[in-house]
Design a protein around this ligand. Structure first.
Ligand code: GRF
Length: 197
């Protein structure tokens, strides 16, 4: 059966594109039923529409509080029959409403080898710390930022002349492989999000 995904974004949407491309190539037996952005200016919205995917802005500033904002997000996801939610560059912490509606069925991609370098500018944090290996992580989302059971990781070397831009690009290429790979594990029932594979 085809897994129905909802993808939450805030910006560029390159991971969304990687998911759509892997579905198109037949590597992932899923369908992106809806894309939701909290940011009306996110380039990923147009990218989704260009690929025939429904893309909707739910702007938190239109709502009184996080719960009512998330209630609308959940409403859109359920209306589109979404089974699992993928955070692909979604720059907001999740509250109880979303977490409760999709219990252990929300995953996130983060550009570091967690638990190192949580939060913003993970690639800069890694460079400044001086690590020799960096990478990305896909994990199940909990109420804590960049926390929760790790489903898979990919590592890349940090080279002596790396800048934030060059390291970020090397990590991003791995993100684009890792996220579809984990989605396919979920789609094929090889991980249920309760524990690592
Ligand atoms: C990625 O680096 C992802 O790991 C992080 O935000 C960035 C989103 O990039 N959470 P994009 O919007 O998918 O291009």
């Amino acid at each position: 059966m085809t897994l129905k995904l909802g993808v939450l974004i805030s910006g560029r949407g390159s991971n969304l594109l990687a998911i759509l491309a892997s579905i198109h190539r037949g590597e992932v037996t899923a369908r992106v039923s809806v894309v939701i952005s909290n940011n009306p200016l996110a380039p990923g919205l147009e990218l989704a529409r260009a690929h025939g995917v429904t893309a909707i802005t739910v702007d938190p500033s239109d709502y009184d509080d996080r719960a009512t904002y998330e209630y609308e997000v959940v409403n859109v996801l359920l209306t589109h029959g979404v089974q699992w939610v993928v955070l692909a560059g979604y720059m907001k912490l999740l509250g109880k409403t979303l977490l409760g509606a999709f219990k252990r069925r929300i995953i996130n991609i983060h550009p570091s080898l967690l638990p190192s370098f949580k939060g913003l500018d993970a690639q800069r944090q890694a460079l400044e710390y001086g690590v020799k290996i960096a990478g990305c992580t896909v994990h199940v989302v909990t109420a804590k930022m960049d926390d929760g059971p790790i489903l898979d990781q990919a590592a890349v070397p940090v080279l002596p002349d790396d800048t934030v831009a060059t390291l970020s690009a090397r990590i991003l290429a791995e993100e684009h492989r890792l996220l579809p790979k984990v989605i396919q594990l979920i789609a094929s029932g090889q991980t249920n999000g309760h524990s690592p594979q």
